[in-house]
Design a protein around this ligand. Structure first.
Ligand code: KIV
Ligand code: NA
Length: 277
């Protein structure tokens, strides 16, 4: 399949075709996602929780994100990749936001960057867009500011807070973002925003009434055991499969059932010569 561009995303929105989007953090999952025909990959800063074992996304660094984006690009050469800007890589100033966004393109060959926040981040979105970089907005549950939100909580569930989200979404489009992600937002709000904006709007935990869905690979594959949000559908339990495979290996080694003769390299010369040594 040919790598998608923002023009494809736009035309899919117009035609009502749903876009498929998944996170990946490493070579194998990226390559499996591409083989499965995914439209787009996010190298989320959720890598901090899913693959680095942190409790949240705050400790994730630019260097972490770059090296995981590089691995994902090696695994999915023909897939549109979005690099997620980690905490403190864009909050400080427009200048440092542009510099860090640029690193994602120069060092990891991603196609777009994502950053969290609505009106408060519009000057960053404008600056990065003006540098020629595709920006994805992200509002609703924004994990990097979960302290201010009072935890990992759904957003926009009152009329007043829904209004704030709508104003944020409009401002993000006006600032130049090319698509928008809504996280843990009521489907009614998602539908309103999707109709209101001309850019594509995608959901993670924000219902079906938008232009496509994102899911975290660790959640859908059952690799992440700490907790499962309400909005996740588990398509596989790789934790169970992996634990049972490793248990079986341990049993085999302890009972000398592995390795077998077919797993070894025999000496190729006459064994009699060898035994004389
Ligand atoms: O880091 C990530 O995977 C994300 C999604 C949770 C939206 O930002
Ligand atoms: Na993220």
């Amino acid at each position: 399949m040919r790598k998608k561009s923002i023009l494809d995303l736009q035309s899919m929105k117009k035609k009502g075709e749903k876009l498929t989007w998944i996170t990946a953090y490493d070579f194998p999952i990226a390559s499996f996602a591409e083989q499965a025909g995914i439209d787009m990959i996010l190298v989320g800063d959720s890598l901090g929780m899913v693959v680095l074992g942190y409790e949240g996304t705050i400790p994730v660094t630019m260097d972490d994100c770059i090296s995981h984006c590089q691995a994902v690009r090696r695994g999915a050469k023909n897939t549109m990749i979005v690099g997620d800007m980690p905490f403190m890589s864009y909050q400080i100033s427009d200048e440092s936001a542009v510099e860090n966004a640029g690193r994602f393109l120069k060092e990891a060959d991603v196609d777009a960057v994502k950053l969290e926040g609505g009106r408060r981040m519009c000057s960053r979105i404008r600056a990065i867009t003006d540098a020629g970089i595709v920006v994805c907005g992200h509002i609703g549950l924004t994990p990097q500011s979960s302290g201010v939100l009072g935890g990992f909580k759904a957003q926009g569930r009152t009329v007043e807070s829904a209004r704030e989200l709508i104003l944020d979404a409009i401002a993000i489009e006006e600032a130049g973002a090319k698509f928008l992600l809504l996280e843990a937002v009521p489907p009614e709000v998602t539908e309103y925003i999707t109709k209101k904006l001309t850019i594509p709007v995608y959901s993670i935990g924000a219902g079906a009434s938008c232009d496509g869905q994102l899911i975290i690979c660790g959640d859908m594959l059952g690799l992440f055991q700490a907790f499962t949000p309400k909005f996740v559908k588990k398509y596989a339990n790789l934790a169970e499969i992996t634990i049972s495979a490793i248990k079986e290996y341990c049993d085999d080694v302890r009972n000398v059932k592995f390795p077998e003769d077919k797993h070894v390299y025999h000496i190729s010369e006459d064994i009699a010569e060898f035994e004389k040594l």
